[in-house]
Design a protein around this ligand. Sequence first.
Ligand code: ATP
Length: 222
Amino acid sequence: MNRKRNEGVMIMGQSKIPKATAKRLPLYYRYLINLNNQGKTRVSSQELSKAVKVDSATIRRDFSYFGALGKKGYGYNVEYLLGFFRKTLDQDELTEVALIGVGNLGTAFLKYNFTRNNNTEIVIAFDSDEKKVGTKIGGVPIYHIDELEERLENINVAILTVPDTVSQQITDQLVAKGVTGILNFTPARITVPKNVRVHHIDLSIELQSLAYFLKHYPLDDE
Ligand code: ATP
């Protein structure tokens, strides 16, 4: 594991990109790759807006942070944007990720392994179930959770797919090993020191919320 690690900061020169803009970056990036593959050299904010479902005023504002100024009647230069995104998203540097809890959800992640992002990859997994330990899923080796201390080296991002009852205890272990980013799929709210970033994704709440919005805030026809 001697590949370069991603420090994960969204800083371009001296200026920080606003968080909301940074979150949309991968979305733009994926679409621009498609355009580039189709041989397109420019794109308008309206076209982008339709494809990524972000309103065009927001796209124009976002792109101004990237130093990309669209020209009227021409749009944005695809190659310039791709170059910028590659640099900003550190596409050349691989972020190695650990996954804790190889249950149904964890297994799905190992199989999927984010192959559409070429800069993040789950390289190691841990579980407490002896039947899973020593096996591989999607080429990723699964070790016993008791080996975390010894095996987890130079990895600062982890995905948490364990039962919520053990999530805090495992989080503490991860933090002690230098993990600074946790994607928490457990329903538990975990407590971490200030230097650790947690993104919490509760799929059942997301689904419920979607159903609620559909019911109470139907979208107008376009
Ligand atoms: P499954 O059908 O395999 O039980 P699940 O997603 O329904 O999947 P959960 O009970 O949520 O199961 O557990 C997720 C995974 O976390 C399981 O593989 C389980 O063995 C593992 N796990 C439970 N406790 C720990 C722990 N303390 N450390 C590491 N992994 C654990």
